[in-house]
Ligand binder design. Structure first.
Ligand code: G6P
Length: 369
């Protein structure tokens, strides 16, 4: 086992650190920015269906569902097709309206999640096209779908998903860019520019991994907190959910993720000097709004930990702690902003003496309802 951990204390830490490589593996042979090429073999026979779909329905559970939420923003921004993101466990029992003009994307690391598999069977029986985004080759979900695209992140052992999440987002990003380009909703020049930026993401993830040597110090300060709030907007809203889920899963600290602007409709009542609030406040279209949300928390004496774009001085002047990530295109920020949140939850869990790789009551793959 020590050999499998590659010198790391836990699989989770190994998998967090593997992300530059796993994302590159996911894009290898598919993305060639220099020649303006993006090829997803699994989509070849289904591009027509995808391009002409009335609606994209994404179904998944857990962290994979969070990747689906990121994809909602990606598909709507680049391809202008309406998207619905559904918890598989709800979708399967809701008698949902599905037609043969729907393109369903099922996301699953293990490819064995019972609820996701049942959602696929239901959508299939109504005539929809089903596309899988799985990590495990030959898994039940990979076999049940009409077509699909593997994430190629390599085996993920830690129960809390890390590298599978960023690989799922990488696949979904490539799908969104292809779709936007084919549909003409993304201009050629913008497409090429984004392909180039995407190709550079693994090295930016590498940088993000090494930027914040103060994470352990921050973890030591807040490890005994009873609650955490995670707030973000736009592409960073799903990242806030994922950051909170990571902390809950492995450290057993109660954490909630919220869209930052919804704070005023409830969570703001929880804020006092005991409450750490993690803001994802990168330089993007909602930056100014998030800054004013930070001010609201500060006025109520909440402790602010902010994930910011490298070089940000405004938030640095307001927050108790900042975690920097490199600058990138707004749509690609989740691939970077989730990194310090994974690291923060890892260090807090280790300091609390938790079993990071096998948290209590959780399973890597949930094959029963
Ligand atoms: C379990 C795992 C999570 C995972 C979820 C969905 O709850 O502990 O890490 O996100 O299942 O799993 P899947 O394999 O379908 O992505």
């Amino acid at each position: 086992e020590a050999i499998e951990k590659g010198g790391y204390e836990h699989f989770m830490l190994k998998e967090i650190n593997e992300q530059p490589r796993s994302i590159a593996d996911c894009m290898r042979g598919r993305l060639d920015a220099k020649n303006g090429r993006l090829v997803l073999g699994g989509l070849r026979d289904y591009m027509n269906k995808f391009q002409n779909a009335d609606r994209i329905i994404i179904t998944a559970c857990g962290t994979s569902w969070h990747a689906g939420l990121v994809a909602e923003y990606l598909f709507e921004e680049f391809a202008r097709i309406p998207v619905e993101v559904e918890y598989a466990s709800e979708f399967r029992y809701r008698n949902p309206v599905i037609s043969d003009k729907d393109f369903v994307i099922a996301i699953s690391q293990s490819g064995e999640t019972a609820d996701t598999l049942a959602a696929i069977e239901l959508a299939k029986s109504k005539g929809a096209t089903i596309f899988g985004v799985c990590n495990v080759v030959g898994s039940s979900i990979a076999r049940a779908t009409h077509a699909g695209c593997y994430t190629h992140a390599g085996p993920e052992i830690g129960v809390a998903s890390t590298k599978a999440f960023t690989a799922q987002i990488s696949v979904l990003t490539m799908m969104a860019l292809m779709l936007g380009y084919q549909r003409g909703t993304l201009t050629e020049s913008k497409y090429i520019q984004l392909l180039n930026e995407l190709e550079g993401i693994p090295s930016k993830v590498e940088k993000a991994l090494t930027m914040n040597n103060n994470i352990e110090k921050i973890a030591a300060i807040y490890k005994d907190s009873r609650n955490f709030l995670y707030l973000g907007r736009g592409y960073n809203f799903p990242v806030a959910l994922e950051g909170a889920l990571k902390l809950k899963e492995i450290s057993y600290i109660h954490a909630e993720g919220y869209p930052a602007a919804e704070m005023k409709h409830g969570p703001i009542a929880l804020i006092d000097e005991e409450m750490p609030v993690v803001f994802i406040a990168t330089k993007d279209t909602s930056y100014e709004k998030v800054v004013s949300n930070i001010q609201e928390v500060k006025a109520r004496k909440g402790k602010i930990i902010a994930v910011v774009t490298e070089g940000d001085i405004v938030v640095r002047g307001m927050a108790d702690h900042v975690l920097e990530i490199p600058e990138t295109a707004e749509a690609f920020v989740p691939l970077l902003s989730v990194i310090p949140l994974q690291q923060l939850s890892y260090h807090i869990a280790v300091m609390r003496g938790c079993n990071v790789d096998q948290p209590r009551n959780l399973a890597k793959s949930v094959t029963v309802e």
